[in-house]
Design a protein around this ligand. Structure first.
Ligand code: SF4
Ligand code: SF4
Length: 333
């Protein structure tokens, strides 16, 4: 197994991050995903800013006997990653063919409505309801909740999700986080593309100047879509090229639409970072990485959902996870 430090992976251009989901709170699944991807060689596990979720991820790492960096995601304002769908199931007609349930990649909809912990806010169910019953409720991650975890060193990294035009919101959030930044191993800033992107990133750089730890720019191409198909990977690559062309300080890492085609595409385009050169330092995988293991993890019995208690399922999960991790690590399975 490749077990160099996460920072070395960034420097070498082979950083792999698993995104469990900024709103995803299914602790049993998070524990198992963390275990499988930690054993597969992930550098970082990114989770929701929630005590139960952080605890589950840390437990997964303890079982793995390996400690990728734990990152939590927070938002400075409204953001698609921080929302939950909901609807009143009593209003659903009995003859409805339930397209919402069929389209949900997280199996978060049943006859009672949305299973809140499982919903990660992808939004796919919302337009598909013929009666427009489904709505999204925005969430705000609690930055105060995570500060003690940063102080103890359990949390190595924080990711701030921001949007072009959120200057005041970002400043407000940064004022709270900045005093703890000296205890961080890494800060990531996740933003989507749009008019005024580079001016906004420059504003962010000025705001966080004298940052005492390394910085990642996460180019969030097409959020929460990597499991949909091959082409979803392109917007993140395009945005990363734009950020790289301006030579901003910090590492550049893809997310949002990344999947099994991403690394091959980056290699074809010669965009992956090599030692001491500019280039894409790594890739973060969310919905694709989770969907990959779902068929196995769903088979675990509810009365014993710990992956390590089911060696055959553990082996199969780690094998699949390794195939994805090793794409960027350039290792043979
Ligand atoms: S489709 Fe997406 S937004 Fe709707 S319930 Fe499932 S995870 Fe939540
Ligand atoms: S598609 Fe709409 S009406 Fe049908 S089950 Fe889902 S929420 Fe209810």
């Amino acid at each position: 197994m490749n077990d160099r430090s996460p920072l070395q992976s960034l420097a070498d251009g082979n950083w792999f991050k698993l995104i469990c989901g900024a709103s995803f709170q299914d602790v049993a699944l998070i524990r198992n995903l963390t275990l499988a991807y930690s054993l597969a060689g992930a550098d970082c596990i990114d989770v929701a800013a929630d005590k139960a979720v952080i605890t589950a991820a840390l437990e997964g790492m303890v079982v793995a006997g390996r400690q990728p960096w734990l990152m939590v995601s927070v938002n400075d304002g409204e953001d698609p990653h921080f929302r939950k769908a909901h609807f009143n199931a009593r209003l659903c007609p009995p003859h409805c063919p339930r397209p919402c349930e069929k389209i949900c990649p997280a199996l978060a909809i049943d006859e009672k409505g949305v299973i809140e912990d499982r919903c990660y806010g992808c939004g796919r169910c919302i337009p598909i309801c013929p009666l427009n019953l489904i709505e999204a409720e925005p969430r705000r991650a609690s930055i105060q909740e995570i500060l003690p975890w940063i102080e103890t060193g359990a949390l190595k990294a924080v990711e701030i999700h921001t949007q072009i035009g959120h200057e005041e919101d970002f400043l407000r959030l940064w004022k709270i986080l900045a005093p703890s930044a000296e205890n961080l191993g890494l800060l990531a800033i996740s933003c989507q593309d749009g008019p005024g992107l580079m001016g906004y990133l420059k504003f962010l750089l000025e705001t966080i100047q004298f940052l005492p730890c390394p910085l990642i720019w996460q180019t969030d191409g097409r959020p929460m879509s990597g499991d949909i198909g091959k082409g979803t990977t392109h917007p993140a690559i395009k945005m990363a090229q734009k950020v790289l062309s301006r030579d901003l300080p910090g590492f550049v890492q893809l997310a949002g639409g990344t999947n099994a085609h991403t690394v091959r595409k980056l290699k074809e385009m010669g965009l992956l970072k090599r030692e001491n050169e500019r280039g894409i330092a790594g890739v973060a995988y969310g919905s694709y990485a989770r969907s990959l293991l779902m068929p196995i993890l769903q088979q675990l019995p509810p009365d014993d959902p710990f992956l390590e208690n089911h060696p055959q399922h553990l082996r199969a999960s780690v094998k699949l996870a390794s195939e994805l991790v090793h794409q960027i690590k350039n290792l043979d399975i």
